[in-house]
Design a protein around this ligand. Sequence first.
Ligand code: NAD
Ligand code: TDX
Length: 355
Amino acid sequence: MILVTGGAGFIGSNFVLDWLAQSDEPVLNLDVLTYAGNLENLASLQGDARHVFVQGDICDRALIDRLLAEHRPRAIVHFAAESHVDRSIHGPGAFMRTNIEGTYTLLEAARAHWSGLDDAAKAAFRFHHVSTDEVYGSLGASDPAFTETKAFEPNSPYSASKAASDHLVRAWFHTYGLPVVTTNCSNNYGPYHFPEKLIPLMIVNALASKPLPIYGDGQNVRDWLYVCDHASAIRAVLAGGRLGETYNIGGWNEKTNLEIVHTVCDLLDELKPDAAGSYRRLITYVKDRPGHDRRYAIDARKVERELGWRPAETFETGIRKTVQWYLDHPDWVAHVQSGAYRDWVSQNYAERQAD
Ligand code: NAD
Ligand code: TDX
């Protein structure tokens, strides 16, 4: 069994679905279900004994101790976080608590559990920390892409909190010998992406004929990876990554925000034409995000060279699948927009609640 934290969020739920599609090894999914946690993402696993869901907080040490003692997972894959940069600007407190204190709590619980294992189980144990390219800071137009040795220069409360968590994970390896690996990934996109982030927001706003807000001049660059490719990279690093190492994960797909929004509009024009004209008419420039990082770019050669990982999707195939997924899942979108997804857990899913 593996313990996944944050497995009801965007990337975590895609990872759990992918994991259980690839193997029969059960998943213990610990998620407190903030606004970003949505068990509807995992509806297809209802009744599947390989998926055990526990609603609980990664800051709750007693709960984590109990779960580790009871289920004895061979690995922890740690996704749980506050993840939205704009929210971190308006209210950084939750980011400090979950991303820093939560990671610290999990590391300490993992260390206590791991130190009680026999030598073989100790050697096999993994703490896989899922992190972001944003810890590296912002690049100029002609700077080389981020490598794993790039100094951390986080600029937002979100990225600063993730950078702190990456440092904690590193320290628990060097000081205590906890067998950790860390992945720093570029911007993900794909199914189940909460529509506060750029790509899903543009899709759902366009379908509702609402403005498509572009921050600043729209020329900020992000490096995009289809979420299932992130899941396959995590599997590869968990299986074969060297202890204490970090691996950058990315799709070699740098795009300006304006290019992204144009692509989304053009795909919608093709797949769901609007009588009022091209969806590009809805593009609206708005005030820039404070401290808005100009460019991220990931150099993923280390994971490619050491572990032979490659993304399966190009940006063109991945974005087409994504737009089609949102068109095919109006109920998921409607439940997220109305807030009904929050009732879903009590009505359909919760197998166990934390004390
Ligand atoms: P998300 O916001 O969609 O999901 C986060 C999940 O964590 C939610 O289900 C939420 O309920 C849960 N959670 C939050 N606080 C918790 C707590 N205290 N205890 C237990 N569960 C809690 O985020 P995401 O986009 O899926 O990102 C997952 C991870 O991947 C994060 O660590 C993020 O930093 C990292 N990451 C994200 C991206 C991206 O593009 N989204 C890119 C690189 C790395
Ligand atoms: O309405 C918008 N208009 C806009 O122009 C939104 C929501 C975003 N943007 C811009 C800001 C960014 O330059 O689009 C870009 C992408 O924004 P987000 O989707 O908010 O993602 P970003 O800030 O790049 O962070 C994401 O990628 C790295 C995730 O949210 C993080 O969790 C991850 O670590």
